[in-house]
Structure formats: structure tokens, C-alpha cells
Design a protein around this ligand. Structure first.
Ligand code: GAR
Length: 197
């Protein structure tokens, strides 16, 4: 895995399903980076607003029909190969990648999740955190494995919950931190990969 990356440009594919604010910040932060290039954006949702950012920045983008998951994943694997993608970054991608897909791709897949993993895996993290009267929440970047939100943690940011804060306000504050954490973690991850070569 590591050897195939080499000391050249690292091509990243970002997978989205919705607003794409994380994609927007990744594009901004890597725009002038000579080592890391976002070269492909995939969405399972044709109406994902994030596609606008890909188009604006002239990044190749594709909509993948996920009605038949097996077929969708096979199309994606071909696209990744054709575009020589080294790393996949999931950014609000609401489909679960199959074990087969992860095995076939062979290269790193990163995900950003809006909680302090291993706590609060899955959906509706912010409402569950508030309901449980937690003092802290945050966001986590982890490697993707076949078990949902369970791979190795490679970046995390803790956020203190304010008194009487609701889920919507908390989600906005955490999203801002996601935008900082994701780029920072990718940068560190790529430079660690290079050190190992
Ligand atoms: C982000 O909060 C991200 O952590 C979360 O969806 C949001 C996408 O926002 N991802 C998950 O919940 C994945 N399980 P964005 O589309 O504005 O980047």
C-alpha cells in the first residue's frame, strides 16, 4: 500500500452526499498544495449541494446511482483506478462501503465523524449527546474498516458543550472544527506515509 504512493502527488477522491461544507474546506485548504490534489468528487445524491464546489473548482465529479450497491461500487472502483486515486476521504457520505469494496481498493479510506469516537457511532450524534447530558463532544477522523465508525482514530478535536446548548447549535460549532481537523489530519497522514517509504 505505502510503496504504491511514492514521493509524488497524492490524488484524493472525496465522497459526499449533501451540503459538502467539508469538501469546500478541503478544496480551499489544498488548492495551492503541491503534494495533495483533490482530483475527483463522487456523490450518490444528484442534488448534493457539494457538487457545486467541485464544478466551481473544475474538479472532475460524478454522480453514482446507488440503487444497486454492487454495481455502484464496481463503477466507483473503476473510476478510482482510472483516476489513479491514492486516498478516499469520506465527507458526509451517507452510504456504507462494503467489505468487498474496502478490500478491493486496498488504499487508505478516511472518514470524518461528528462525535468523539468511539462514543456515538452512527447517526444523530448531536441529539444523542445532548440527550445524555454529555459535557463534551467533538469530531473524529478515522480509517474506514468494514465495521461502521470503528477504524483507527487518526485525528480528534474535543468541543465543550455550552449550558442549554441545543443539537443544532452544537452541530454548527462542531462542523467548524471538522473543517479545521480534516485538512490538518490529511496533511499529517500524507506526510507520515511519505516517511515510511
Ligand atoms: C458532517 O458533520 C460529517 O461529520 C457528517 O455529516 C456532515 C456532513 O456535512 N458525517 C457523518 O455523519 C457520517 N457518518 P458537510 O456535507 O457539510 O460536509
Amino acid at each position: 500500500m505505502v510503496k504504491s504512493i511514492g514521493k509524488r502527488i497524492i490524488f484524493i477522491a472525496v465522497f459526499i452526499s449533501g451540503n459538502g461544507s467539508n469538501l469546500k474546506s478541503l478544496i480551499k485548504n489544498f488548492k495551492n498544495n503541491s503534494k495533495i490534489k483533490i482530483s475527483l468528487v463522487l456523490s450518490n445524491n444528484p442534488n448534493a449541494y457539494g457538487l457545486v464546489y467541485a464544478k466551481k473548482n473544475k474538479i472532475k465529479n460524478k454522480i453514482i446511482n446507488y440503487k444497486r450497491k454492487k454495481k455502484a461500487e464496481s463503477i466507483i472502483l473503476n473510476l478510482l483506478k482510472k483516476n489513479k486515486i491514492n486516498i478516499i476521504c469520506l465527507a458526509g457520505f451517507m452510504k456504507i462501503l462494503s467489505k468487498h469494496f474496502i478490500k478491493k481498493f486496498k488504499k487508505p479510506i478516511l472518514n470524518i465523524h461528528p462525535s468523539l469516537l468511539p462514543k456515538y457511532k452512527g447517526l444523530n450524534t448531536h441529539s444523542r449527546v445532548i440527550l445524555n447530558k454529555e459535557k463534551f463532544s467533538g469530531c473524529t477522523v478515522h480509517l474506514v474498516t468494514p465495521t461502521l465508525d470503528s477504524g483507527k482514530i487518526i485525528g480528534q478535536k474535543k468541543v465543550k458543550i455550552k449550558k442549554n446548548e441545543n443539537a443544532s447549535k452544537l452541530s454548527k460549532r462542531i462542523l467548524k472544527q471538522e473543517h479545521i481537523l480534516y485538512s490538518k489530519t490529511i496533511r499529517k497522514f500524507v506526510s507520515n506515509l511519505e516517511k515510511k517509504i
